[in-house]
Design a protein around this ligand. Structure first.
Ligand code: DGJ
Length: 372
Protein backbone atom coordinates (compact mmCIF):
# COMPACT_ATOMS: atom_id res chain seq x y z
CA UNK A 1 0.00 0.00 0.00
CA UNK A 2 2.78 2.42 1.04
CA UNK A 3 4.63 1.63 -2.18
CA UNK A 4 1.54 2.52 -4.17
CA UNK A 5 1.18 5.91 -2.38
CA UNK A 6 4.89 6.63 -2.92
CA UNK A 7 4.54 5.83 -6.60
CA UNK A 8 1.51 8.14 -6.96
CA UNK A 9 3.31 10.98 -5.11
CA UNK A 10 6.40 10.59 -7.31
CA UNK A 11 4.24 10.60 -10.42
CA UNK A 12 2.38 13.76 -9.33
CA UNK A 13 5.63 15.62 -8.47
CA UNK A 14 7.16 14.65 -11.81
CA UNK A 15 4.02 15.74 -13.71
CA UNK A 16 4.06 19.09 -11.92
CA UNK A 17 7.75 19.57 -12.78
CA UNK A 18 7.17 18.70 -16.45
CA UNK A 19 4.14 21.03 -16.55
CA UNK A 20 6.17 23.90 -15.09
CA UNK A 21 8.99 23.29 -17.57
CA UNK A 22 6.58 23.23 -20.50
CA UNK A 23 4.71 26.36 -19.47
CA UNK A 24 7.52 28.42 -17.93
CA UNK A 25 7.52 31.81 -19.60
CA UNK A 26 10.59 32.35 -21.70
CA UNK A 27 12.79 35.19 -20.40
CA UNK A 28 13.02 38.30 -22.54
CA UNK A 29 16.30 40.12 -23.11
CA UNK A 30 15.07 42.70 -25.62
CA UNK A 31 12.06 44.81 -26.64
CA UNK A 32 10.15 43.85 -29.80
CA UNK A 33 7.76 46.78 -30.44
CA UNK A 34 4.33 45.77 -31.74
CA UNK A 35 4.72 42.07 -30.93
CA UNK A 36 2.79 40.09 -28.30
CA UNK A 37 4.50 40.74 -24.93
CA UNK A 38 3.86 37.99 -22.38
CA UNK A 39 3.88 38.38 -18.60
CA UNK A 40 5.27 35.79 -16.16
CA UNK A 41 2.13 33.70 -16.68
CA UNK A 42 2.52 33.62 -20.46
CA UNK A 43 -0.38 36.06 -21.02
CA UNK A 44 -0.09 39.19 -23.24
CA UNK A 45 0.42 42.19 -20.92
CA UNK A 46 -2.87 44.01 -20.33
CA UNK A 47 -1.87 47.56 -19.33
CA UNK A 48 -2.86 49.97 -22.10
CA UNK A 49 -2.52 53.76 -22.02
CA UNK A 50 -0.14 53.07 -19.17
CA UNK A 51 2.64 54.60 -17.18
CA UNK A 52 5.49 53.35 -15.01
CA UNK A 53 6.68 54.30 -11.54
CA UNK A 54 9.99 53.06 -10.16
CA UNK A 55 10.14 52.30 -6.44
CA UNK A 56 13.12 50.81 -4.57
CA UNK A 57 14.60 49.21 -7.67
CA UNK A 58 11.35 47.74 -8.98
CA UNK A 59 9.34 49.15 -11.88
CA UNK A 60 5.54 49.12 -11.65
CA UNK A 61 3.58 49.37 -14.90
CA UNK A 62 -0.05 50.47 -14.60
CA UNK A 63 -2.51 50.52 -17.48
CA UNK A 64 -6.07 50.01 -18.64
CA UNK A 65 -7.15 46.37 -18.41
CA UNK A 66 -9.00 45.78 -21.68
CA UNK A 67 -11.21 42.84 -22.60
CA UNK A 68 -12.02 41.24 -25.96
CA UNK A 69 -14.09 43.05 -28.57
CA UNK A 70 -15.12 46.69 -28.89
CA UNK A 71 -16.67 46.69 -25.40
CA UNK A 72 -13.10 46.13 -24.23
CA UNK A 73 -12.46 49.85 -24.47
CA UNK A 74 -14.78 50.45 -21.54
CA UNK A 75 -13.59 49.66 -18.01
CA UNK A 76 -14.97 46.21 -17.22
CA UNK A 77 -12.21 45.30 -14.77
CA UNK A 78 -9.99 48.23 -13.73
CA UNK A 79 -6.34 49.21 -13.72
CA UNK A 80 -3.86 46.35 -14.10
CA UNK A 81 -0.42 46.40 -12.46
CA UNK A 82 2.76 44.52 -13.40
CA UNK A 83 6.20 44.65 -11.80
CA UNK A 84 9.69 44.18 -13.20
CA UNK A 85 13.34 44.54 -12.22
CA UNK A 86 14.71 44.71 -15.78
CA UNK A 87 11.88 46.27 -17.86
CA UNK A 88 11.81 43.23 -20.20
CA UNK A 89 10.15 40.64 -17.92
CA UNK A 90 6.93 41.55 -16.13
CA UNK A 91 5.19 39.84 -13.23
CA UNK A 92 1.41 40.06 -13.07
CA UNK A 93 0.54 41.93 -9.84
CA UNK A 94 -3.20 41.78 -10.51
CA UNK A 95 -5.79 44.56 -10.56
CA UNK A 96 -4.56 47.59 -8.61
CA UNK A 97 -7.80 49.59 -8.87
CA UNK A 98 -11.05 47.70 -9.45
CA UNK A 99 -14.16 49.17 -10.99
CA UNK A 100 -17.21 49.10 -8.73
CA UNK A 101 -20.40 47.05 -8.94
CA UNK A 102 -22.29 49.96 -7.40
CA UNK A 103 -23.95 51.66 -10.35
CA UNK A 104 -23.88 54.96 -8.46
CA UNK A 105 -20.09 54.90 -8.12
CA UNK A 106 -18.11 57.26 -10.37
CA UNK A 107 -16.05 54.23 -11.37
CA UNK A 108 -18.99 51.86 -11.98
CA UNK A 109 -18.17 48.85 -14.16
CA UNK A 110 -18.56 49.91 -17.81
CA UNK A 111 -17.39 53.50 -17.29
CA UNK A 112 -14.43 54.73 -19.34
CA UNK A 113 -11.23 54.83 -17.33
CA UNK A 114 -8.18 55.76 -19.39
CA UNK A 115 -4.47 56.51 -19.14
CA UNK A 116 -3.90 55.82 -15.41
CA UNK A 117 -0.63 57.23 -14.07
CA UNK A 118 0.83 56.55 -10.62
CA UNK A 119 3.29 58.77 -8.76
CA UNK A 120 4.86 58.37 -5.34
CA UNK A 121 4.54 61.15 -2.80
CA UNK A 122 7.71 61.15 -0.66
CA UNK A 123 6.10 63.35 2.03
CA UNK A 124 2.89 61.36 2.57
CA UNK A 125 4.50 58.02 1.56
CA UNK A 126 1.39 57.29 -0.53
CA UNK A 127 1.12 56.11 -4.11
CA UNK A 128 -1.30 58.35 -5.97
CA UNK A 129 -3.07 57.29 -9.17
CA UNK A 130 -4.69 59.83 -11.50
CA UNK A 131 -6.76 58.83 -14.52
CA UNK A 132 -9.14 60.15 -17.14
CA UNK A 133 -12.68 59.20 -16.16
CA UNK A 134 -15.91 59.17 -18.14
CA UNK A 135 -19.09 58.32 -16.24
CA UNK A 136 -21.07 55.18 -17.09
CA UNK A 137 -23.29 55.58 -20.15
CA UNK A 138 -22.22 59.17 -20.83
CA UNK A 139 -19.69 58.48 -23.60
CA UNK A 140 -16.90 61.14 -23.45
CA UNK A 141 -19.12 63.90 -22.01
CA UNK A 142 -17.96 64.06 -18.38
CA UNK A 143 -14.23 64.60 -19.12
CA UNK A 144 -13.25 64.24 -15.46
CA UNK A 145 -10.07 63.48 -13.57
CA UNK A 146 -10.20 60.62 -11.07
CA UNK A 147 -7.80 60.03 -8.20
CA UNK A 148 -7.08 56.95 -6.07
CA UNK A 149 -4.51 56.24 -3.38
CA UNK A 150 -2.57 53.27 -1.97
CA UNK A 151 0.03 52.49 0.68
CA UNK A 152 1.88 49.99 -1.50
CA UNK A 153 2.91 50.49 -5.13
CA UNK A 154 0.91 47.49 -6.39
CA UNK A 155 -2.15 48.55 -4.42
CA UNK A 156 -4.94 47.95 -3.73
CA UNK A 157 -5.86 51.56 -4.64
CA UNK A 158 -8.83 53.23 -3.00
CA UNK A 159 -10.84 55.54 -5.22
CA UNK A 160 -11.21 58.99 -3.64
CA UNK A 161 -13.04 61.33 -6.01
CA UNK A 162 -13.47 62.57 -9.57
CA UNK A 163 -14.08 66.09 -10.84
CA UNK A 164 -13.20 68.68 -13.46
CA UNK A 165 -10.12 70.62 -12.36
CA UNK A 166 -9.71 74.27 -11.48
CA UNK A 167 -13.32 75.48 -11.39
CA UNK A 168 -13.49 79.28 -11.38
CA UNK A 169 -9.74 79.71 -11.97
CA UNK A 170 -8.09 81.72 -14.72
CA UNK A 171 -4.75 80.58 -16.19
CA UNK A 172 -1.37 81.69 -14.90
CA UNK A 173 0.69 83.66 -17.41
CA UNK A 174 4.47 83.52 -17.31
CA UNK A 175 6.23 86.88 -17.64
CA UNK A 176 6.33 87.97 -21.25
CA UNK A 177 3.23 86.10 -22.42
CA UNK A 178 1.82 88.13 -25.34
CA UNK A 179 -1.57 89.76 -24.69
CA UNK A 180 -2.98 87.89 -27.70
CA UNK A 181 -2.42 84.56 -25.96
CA UNK A 182 -4.44 85.57 -22.90
CA UNK A 183 -8.00 84.33 -22.72
CA UNK A 184 -10.66 87.01 -22.54
CA UNK A 185 -13.99 85.57 -21.46
CA UNK A 186 -15.76 88.87 -22.25
CA UNK A 187 -14.91 88.24 -25.87
CA UNK A 188 -13.39 84.76 -26.55
CA UNK A 189 -10.97 85.02 -29.47
CA UNK A 190 -11.38 81.46 -30.78
CA UNK A 191 -13.23 78.16 -30.32
CA UNK A 192 -10.92 76.88 -27.61
CA UNK A 193 -11.15 80.11 -25.58
CA UNK A 194 -14.93 79.75 -25.91
CA UNK A 195 -14.86 76.21 -24.41
CA UNK A 196 -12.50 77.40 -21.68
CA UNK A 197 -14.91 80.19 -20.70
CA UNK A 198 -17.97 77.92 -20.93
CA UNK A 199 -16.32 75.50 -18.46
CA UNK A 200 -14.97 78.15 -16.09
CA UNK A 201 -17.75 77.78 -13.48
CA UNK A 202 -17.79 73.95 -13.33
CA UNK A 203 -14.12 73.17 -13.98
CA UNK A 204 -12.06 72.40 -17.05
CA UNK A 205 -12.51 69.25 -19.15
CA UNK A 206 -9.72 66.73 -18.59
CA UNK A 207 -9.24 63.77 -20.93
CA UNK A 208 -5.90 62.28 -22.15
CA UNK A 209 -3.43 62.90 -19.36
CA UNK A 210 -0.20 62.33 -17.55
CA UNK A 211 1.32 63.28 -14.19
CA UNK A 212 4.87 64.54 -13.83
CA UNK A 213 6.86 64.93 -10.58
CA UNK A 214 9.63 67.53 -10.72
CA UNK A 215 12.97 67.34 -8.89
CA UNK A 216 11.61 69.54 -6.08
CA UNK A 217 8.78 67.04 -5.41
CA UNK A 218 6.04 69.21 -6.94
CA UNK A 219 3.61 67.30 -9.15
CA UNK A 220 1.84 68.49 -12.28
CA UNK A 221 -1.18 67.09 -14.10
CA UNK A 222 -1.20 67.60 -17.88
CA UNK A 223 -4.41 66.94 -19.77
CA UNK A 224 -6.28 67.51 -23.01
CA UNK A 225 -8.91 70.12 -22.22
CA UNK A 226 -11.35 72.49 -23.91
CA UNK A 227 -12.99 69.73 -26.05
CA UNK A 228 -9.47 68.41 -26.76
CA UNK A 229 -8.46 71.69 -28.43
CA UNK A 230 -5.87 72.76 -25.86
CA UNK A 231 -3.57 71.11 -23.33
CA UNK A 232 -3.56 72.34 -19.76
CA UNK A 233 -0.72 71.85 -17.29
CA UNK A 234 -1.90 72.20 -13.70
CA UNK A 235 -0.11 72.13 -10.36
CA UNK A 236 -1.19 69.49 -7.83
CA UNK A 237 -1.41 70.11 -4.08
CA UNK A 238 1.50 68.94 -1.87
CA UNK A 239 -0.34 65.65 -1.15
CA UNK A 240 -0.96 65.24 -4.94
CA UNK A 241 -4.67 64.65 -4.27
CA UNK A 242 -6.14 67.86 -5.71
CA UNK A 243 -5.40 70.82 -7.97
CA UNK A 244 -4.07 74.08 -6.52
CA UNK A 245 -5.76 76.34 -9.10
CA UNK A 246 -2.48 77.34 -10.78
CA UNK A 247 -2.30 76.21 -14.41
CA UNK A 248 -1.31 77.18 -17.93
CA UNK A 249 -2.72 76.47 -21.39
CA UNK A 250 -0.38 74.96 -24.00
CA UNK A 251 -0.57 75.09 -27.83
CA UNK A 252 -4.01 76.67 -27.78
CA UNK A 253 -6.50 75.31 -30.31
CA UNK A 254 -4.07 72.74 -31.81
CA UNK A 255 -5.71 69.53 -30.52
CA UNK A 256 -2.93 67.75 -28.66
CA UNK A 257 -3.63 64.38 -27.01
CA UNK A 258 -1.59 61.70 -25.24
CA UNK A 259 0.89 63.95 -23.36
CA UNK A 260 4.05 62.44 -21.86
CA UNK A 261 6.62 64.60 -20.04
CA UNK A 262 10.23 64.36 -18.94
CA UNK A 263 13.08 66.59 -17.86
CA UNK A 264 16.69 66.41 -19.03
CA UNK A 265 19.51 68.73 -17.96
CA UNK A 266 17.03 71.29 -16.61
CA UNK A 267 14.91 71.41 -19.79
CA UNK A 268 11.34 70.11 -19.88
CA UNK A 269 10.24 68.00 -22.84
CA UNK A 270 6.80 66.81 -23.80
CA UNK A 271 5.69 64.40 -26.53
CA UNK A 272 2.05 64.18 -27.57
CA UNK A 273 -0.12 63.28 -30.55
CA UNK A 274 -2.78 64.84 -32.70
CA UNK A 275 -6.43 64.05 -32.10
CA UNK A 276 -7.81 61.32 -34.42
CA UNK A 277 -9.65 58.88 -32.12
CA UNK A 278 -7.99 55.44 -32.06
CA UNK A 279 -6.27 56.03 -35.42
CA UNK A 280 -2.57 56.95 -35.35
CA UNK A 281 -1.31 60.35 -36.43
CA UNK A 282 2.06 62.19 -36.31
CA UNK A 283 3.57 62.69 -32.87
CA UNK A 284 4.60 66.20 -31.80
CA UNK A 285 7.12 67.43 -29.28
CA UNK A 286 7.56 70.57 -27.22
CA UNK A 287 10.24 71.99 -24.97
CA UNK A 288 10.34 74.59 -22.22
CA UNK A 289 12.95 75.96 -19.87
CA UNK A 290 10.34 76.41 -17.10
CA UNK A 291 7.44 74.08 -16.32
CA UNK A 292 5.25 77.21 -16.59
CA UNK A 293 6.34 77.74 -20.16
CA UNK A 294 6.42 79.08 -22.69
CA UNK A 295 6.25 75.60 -24.27
CA UNK A 296 7.63 75.69 -27.81
CA UNK A 297 6.21 73.40 -30.47
CA UNK A 298 9.12 71.57 -32.15
CA UNK A 299 7.48 69.30 -34.75
CA UNK A 300 7.49 65.52 -35.16
CA UNK A 301 10.21 63.65 -33.24
CA UNK A 302 9.74 60.44 -35.28
CA UNK A 303 12.00 59.74 -38.23
CA UNK A 304 12.01 57.27 -41.14
CA UNK A 305 9.25 55.05 -42.54
CA UNK A 306 6.05 55.22 -40.46
CA UNK A 307 7.06 58.51 -38.81
CA UNK A 308 3.90 60.20 -40.11
CA UNK A 309 1.76 57.82 -38.02
CA UNK A 310 4.10 57.31 -35.03
CA UNK A 311 4.72 53.80 -36.44
CA UNK A 312 1.05 53.00 -35.78
CA UNK A 313 1.14 54.07 -32.12
CA UNK A 314 0.22 56.93 -29.78
CA UNK A 315 2.35 58.20 -26.90
CA UNK A 316 1.48 57.28 -23.32
CA UNK A 317 4.58 57.70 -21.13
CA UNK A 318 8.27 58.53 -21.21
CA UNK A 319 10.42 56.54 -18.84
CA UNK A 320 13.92 57.46 -17.65
CA UNK A 321 16.08 54.50 -18.74
CA UNK A 322 17.84 52.65 -15.92
CA UNK A 323 21.48 53.13 -15.17
CA UNK A 324 22.83 56.05 -17.10
CA UNK A 325 21.24 59.40 -16.38
CA UNK A 326 19.74 61.26 -19.28
CA UNK A 327 18.36 58.44 -21.47
CA UNK A 328 14.67 57.91 -21.99
CA UNK A 329 12.27 55.32 -23.36
CA UNK A 330 9.27 56.40 -25.43
CA UNK A 331 6.21 54.27 -24.63
CA UNK A 332 3.26 54.19 -27.01
CA UNK A 333 0.09 52.16 -27.58
CA UNK A 334 -0.85 50.54 -30.84
CA UNK A 335 -4.60 50.46 -30.30
CA UNK A 336 -6.82 47.64 -31.58
CA UNK A 337 -10.23 49.29 -31.17
CA UNK A 338 -12.18 46.28 -32.57
CA UNK A 339 -10.49 43.84 -30.19
CA UNK A 340 -9.14 46.09 -27.44
CA UNK A 341 -7.30 43.35 -25.49
CA UNK A 342 -5.03 42.78 -28.50
CA UNK A 343 -3.57 46.31 -28.32
CA UNK A 344 0.22 46.28 -28.56
CA UNK A 345 3.03 48.28 -27.01
CA UNK A 346 5.65 50.26 -28.89
CA UNK A 347 8.64 51.06 -26.73
CA UNK A 348 11.42 52.88 -28.54
CA UNK A 349 14.62 54.63 -27.42
CA UNK A 350 14.67 58.42 -27.44
CA UNK A 351 17.88 59.87 -28.87
CA UNK A 352 19.08 63.46 -28.78
CA UNK A 353 20.77 65.00 -31.79
CA UNK A 354 22.16 68.03 -30.02
CA UNK A 355 19.05 69.54 -28.50
CA UNK A 356 16.71 67.77 -30.93
CA UNK A 357 14.63 64.89 -29.65
CA UNK A 358 14.38 61.98 -32.10
CA UNK A 359 12.61 58.61 -32.16
CA UNK A 360 13.39 55.89 -34.71
CA UNK A 361 11.72 52.56 -35.36
CA UNK A 362 13.51 49.39 -34.28
CA UNK A 363 12.21 45.84 -34.82
CA UNK A 364 14.16 44.74 -31.77
CA UNK A 365 16.42 46.55 -29.32
CA UNK A 366 17.73 46.42 -25.79
CA UNK A 367 18.97 48.83 -23.17
CA UNK A 368 22.58 48.57 -24.38
CA UNK A 369 21.53 50.95 -27.18
CA UNK A 370 21.97 53.73 -24.63
CA UNK A 371 25.68 52.89 -24.22
CA UNK A 372 26.40 53.56 -27.90
C1 DGJ B 1 -7.46 58.80 -28.26
C2 DGJ B 1 -7.02 58.82 -26.85
O1 DGJ B 1 -5.66 59.06 -26.81
C3 DGJ B 1 -7.35 57.50 -26.17
O2 DGJ B 1 -6.89 57.50 -24.87
C4 DGJ B 1 -8.83 57.33 -26.25
O3 DGJ B 1 -9.47 58.33 -25.50
C5 DGJ B 1 -9.30 57.39 -27.69
N1 DGJ B 1 -8.88 58.63 -28.31
C6 DGJ B 1 -10.78 57.27 -27.82
O4 DGJ B 1 -11.19 57.46 -29.14
Amino acid sequence: MNKKINFILCFLTLSLFVHQLAFAQQKYASFTPGKIWKDDKGVHINAHGGGIVEHKGTYYWFGEHKIEGEKGNTAQVGVHCYSSKDLYNWKDEGIALSVSDDLKSDIARGCILERPKVVYNKKTKKFVMWFHLELLGKSYEAARSGVAVADKPNGPYTFIKSYRPNAGKMPFYAAGTPEAEKVNCENPANKSDGFFCRDLPGGQMARDMTVFVDDDGKAYHVFSSEENFTLQLAELSPDYLSHTGKFIRIYVGQQTEAPALFKKNGTYYMVGSGCTGWAPNPARWFKASSIWGPWTYMGNPCQGPGANITYGGQSTHILPAPGKKGDFIFMADKWEPKNAIDGRYLWLPIKFEGDKLTINWQDEWNLSTFNQ
